[in-house]
Ligand binder design. Sequence first.
Ligand SMILES: *Cc1c(COP(=O)(O)O)cnc(C)c1O
Length: 463
Amino acid sequence: MEHVSTRGQSPPLDFAAATLAGLAPDGGLYLPRAWPRLAPETFRALASADYVTTAARVLAPLTAPVLDEAALLPLLHRAYDGFAHAAVTPLVQLDSRHWLLELHHGPTLAFKDLALQLLGQFFARFLEAGGPPLTIIGATSGDTGSAAIAAVAGIPGVRIFMLHPHGRVSEVQRRQMTTVVAGNVHNIAVDGSFDDCQALVKALFNDPALRARHRLSAVNSINWARLAAQTVYYVHAALRLGAPGRALSFSVPTGNFGDVFAGHVAAEMGLPVERLMVATNENDILARALGTGDYSRRRLTPTQSPSMDIQVSSNFERLIFDLSGRDGARTAAAMRAFEAEGRLTLWPELLAHMRQRFTPARIDAPDMAEAMRWAWQRCGVLVDPHTAIGLAAARRLEEEVEGPIVTLATAHPAKFPDAVEAATGVRPGLPERLADLFDRPERMTRLALCQARLADFIDRAPA
Ligand SMILES: *Cc1c(COP(=O)(O)O)cnc(C)c1O
């Protein structure tokens, strides 16, 4: 399968090259040239298959000819065998309509592990061919950083430099990054805000001298391989709830539109999906876009679901491209206009296509807390604030669909103990495997907000 850019101006790449590149040179995002279809018999044959077997079958048409099922299996085992639940992504039934798909049994307790653990294995595999080490630079306000570090720690041929704003991430989040002991992991606490960190990373990527000295890569959700990995749990969950014989809906706590786009991919590959519910917090650019066509940037409102606190959804560009007849020129023009003016009005035909599959719901703090209480009091399940937003959306929209509704549980409640305790009166404890997190030694470097200092640090770090 070849991969094309959403902006239509980059040469197509195979799966390995698209994975290593991240962003396309024309500024666009990679997607397969066409969606492969899985036949109903293929789905039926997977009815009682485990996660890894399902993953190999679903991913093979996306990764071919670079990786076939046999080549995928060992990578998938290495990525997922260490998860704390034998089912990898267990389903929990809440009531007759609602289910939770628990995606937080990986090493850092958030769904990003599902994608990043496999991305680490893809990097290891694609770098076996040799060449200079891959230098990953990223900025994090929390979840992505720890998941990326856990994914590449100890992988030969990869170095990771993860910036976080000094003193501005939670202690659990910081410790999940700084207690990883591996020579290729470099945690950098920057004296500045998260936006400063992001701007610094962007400046480094735009520095031709640095690019000439290092093979730079990114691990944010612009990387196509991450989204490919995420299509698997939609399929796996649906099969256990009766697909392909019946359709079901998913409610997805959404920020950058990566996770819910993976649901769209699963549907395009033939999975019967009734609705994809796009749940946002008060940062509702997507709810407005899918509701009225107004895709416009607003000021950031900090909430208790920080991983959904976004002004712009980077992966929305993929949907615009895919549902506008894959018109690269039109997508590029729309994104350039959005970048210049901070707003874009979705054309009616495009919006109509989007609304055939996606239903938006904006959930504010009181409804989020109410969903947390409902899950706890009615079902005995503690959910984190991100999951609670998905659950609130699922319950608000339940009359609009017929089949089961699966809410994606994107983080473990112990990652956000204060919010969970405020809503339910119960303070969730860290799972056993992280119980000694506060006793482990930390390792990080504190740097001033200075591009030259950071570039120098990267130059000097061991390969
Ligand atoms: C990243 C994240 C999200 C949002 O996912 P997107 O793919 O950016 O839409 C939701 N919940 C949690 C816990 C996350 O870490």
